[in-house]
Ligand binder design. Sequence first.
Ligand SMILES: [Zn+2]
Length: 655
Amino acid sequence: MKVILKAAESSKEIRSRLNFKNYKIKNFIQFLLMFVLMLQFLTCNNSDGLENDIVQNEWKSLKTIDEDGLLGEKVNLWRNNRLFYIEESGYLIDGFENRPGIHPWQGEHIGKWIHATTLAYSVTGNEKIKKDLDNMVKRLLATQLPNGYMGTYESSYTFMAMPENGVTTKLADDIQPANKKGNSQASDKAPCGGWDVWTLRYNLYGLLTYEKYFPNDTIVEACRKMGDLLIDYYGKGKYDLTRYGTRNGISSTTLLESIVMLHKRTMDKKYLDFAKHIVDVSENNSKLRLMGTMLEKGSVVEPGDGKAYQLMANLLGYLLLYRCTDNEEYLQTVLNAWDDIYHNHLLVTGGPWSRKMPYNGNRECFAYPEDFDMDKILVEGCCDATWIILNIQLFELTGDAKYMNQAEVTLLNDAYEHQSTDGIEYCYYTNPNEKLPHYEKQFHCCASSLPRGFEMFSDHLAGEINKNLSVNSFSPSVIQLTNQFGGGVLKIEGNYPLGSSAKIYLENNIEKKFTLEFRIPVNTRHVSVFVNGEKINSTINERGFAEISRSWKKGDMVAIDLDYRLKAHVQSGENGNKWIAFTYGPLALAQKISEMPKEEPFMNIPSTEASEFLKMLIKSSDSETEFSIKGTEIILIPYYQTGSKASGPRTYFKL
Ligand SMILES: [Zn+2]
C-alpha cells in the first residue's frame, strides 16, 4: 500500500503560528530560539528523507466562510442553540470553579465546547461567540492550581490522590449514570473517581485548539503545567497509566493525542517521550495492547474490552504520533483498525454499532459481527463523532476520497439523526429501528462530541492539495480562495445531498491556471460535468477525485449532475438472522414510523439477493429522495429525517 506521508503541522497550524502579529525576528536571541526550534522540528518530522513526498501530499483546508442547505441548517442548529444553552447553564465551568463537580466526567465538556466553538467562530466570525469563548477560556485557566491540576475533583480523589497501586475510592463506570428521573445526567455528588486524566485530555485538546487560532503564551504555559503534572505521576518509572480509568485504562490512554498536540505546539521532547511511554504501557497491558492487536490484524472487539468511542479516540493519538515521528507502525495500527471497523462494525447509516456481550464490557463496546442483532445494538453519538474525526484526520494525511466519503456518510445519516430539530436536544444512543429516538436536553458526552464532528466537517469543505483546488463536498457553501487560485471566493450552489446536482462558481479576482478537483459522493454511478455549458470529460485521479485542468477566471461555472445509485445491503447476524437495508447515494433510507410494526419476514421472496429487492423500489415522481416498496405500504425517506418527538426510523427489514 502506498502510504502518503506528511511532515509538518497542518497548514492552518503553521499559518496561525506565522500570523503572530509582530512576527519579526527582533533580536539575535529570538533568532537563535527560532533556529533551535526549527532544528527540533526537523528532527521530529523528517526521519527518512521523505520530506518532499510528505509536503506535497498534505491536504490543507481553505477557509469556509458560509454554509447553506442541509449542512448549514444542521451546523447552525448547534451554533445558535446548544452552544449557548450549555454555556449559559454554567455546567461547563461550575465543576472547575466550585470543586467538586456533580458528575464524574463533567470536566470533559468544556474542552469539547472550546474545540467546537473555536471552529464555529472561525466560520461565522460571530462576535458574541468570540466573547463567550474568550471568557470561558479565561475562567477555565483561572481554576488551575499551582501544581498544574485543572479538574473537577475534590483533592481526595484526583488522579494524584489515587495512585494505581491501591485505589480505594470508588471508580465511576464508563456508562453515563442515570439520575432518579431516569435521565442520563447524574445528580449525585458521590465521590467517584477515574475520569480526571480524561478531563485533562479534553482541557489540553480544547485549549491547544483555541491557541492555534489565537496564539497566547499563557495558555501554552497552562497546558505545559498540566502535561508536567501528568508526567510526574505517569511518566517513565512512575505509576501505570493503564491502571487508572476504566476498561484496562483505555479511557486514560486517550490522553495520547493531547500529549502529542502539546509536543507539537511546544516542540519539547519530554512530551514526545511521554507519548511514546503511553504507547509502551498500553502495549505492556495484555488486556489493552491496541497497537499489538491491530498489527496482528486482531479485532477491535478485544483491546480495552472494545470500548468503541475510546478505542477510536486512542487511534487519533496513534495517527498524530505517526505524523510526528514517521514511525509506520503507528500508522499501520490505525489503518488496520480502520479496515476492521469499516468492514465489520458499521451500519448503513455510517454509525459504528456496539452491543453488550459476555465477552466485552457494556453496551458501548464493539461486538463481533456474528453477534449483530437489530434489537440489541445501538450507536453512541460519541462513536459517530470520533469516527468522523478519525476519517477527516486520515483524509488530511492522504487526500484519499475514501476517508472523506466515510466521514460524510456518518455525518449525513447517523450523526444528524442524533440531533433534534430544536437544536438543543440530542440522543445519547440511537438504534436504526426505533419508534422514538430519545432526544434530551441533558448534558452528556454525545451532545458535546457531535458538534465537534459537525464543525470538523465544515472546516474541510474545500482545500488545496498538490496545487489542486480540491472541492470536498457539494454542500452549498462559500469558500475563501488563496492567491494561488487567484483570490476571491468559490461558491457552491444546489441542494446537495437531497438534490443530486451542484454548481461551482469561480469568483476569483485574477485568472489562474490550475486543476480543479472534486470528490464524487459514495454510491454515485455517473457524473456529468459541464464547464460554462459545455460538456467535458473529467478524469479521476489516484485519490478518487475527478479533475479538470484549465485556466479559470471569474464567472466560470462548473455544473455537475450526479446519478445516485440505489443499493441494498444484506446484514447477517446472530442465529443466522438476516436483515436488508437501502441506501441512495450517500443517504441511508428508512421508513418513518410511530409504532414498531410486528417483526415479520419482510418479503415473501425466495431469494435474498439484494438485486431482487432493488427491483421492488419505486422512486416517487415528486421527490428526489423518496421511494415506495412495491406491494407494501412502506415509504422510504432519508434516515436522518425520520427522528422526532413522535416518530423514529425503521431502517433494517428482517428477511
Ligand atoms: Zn457519548
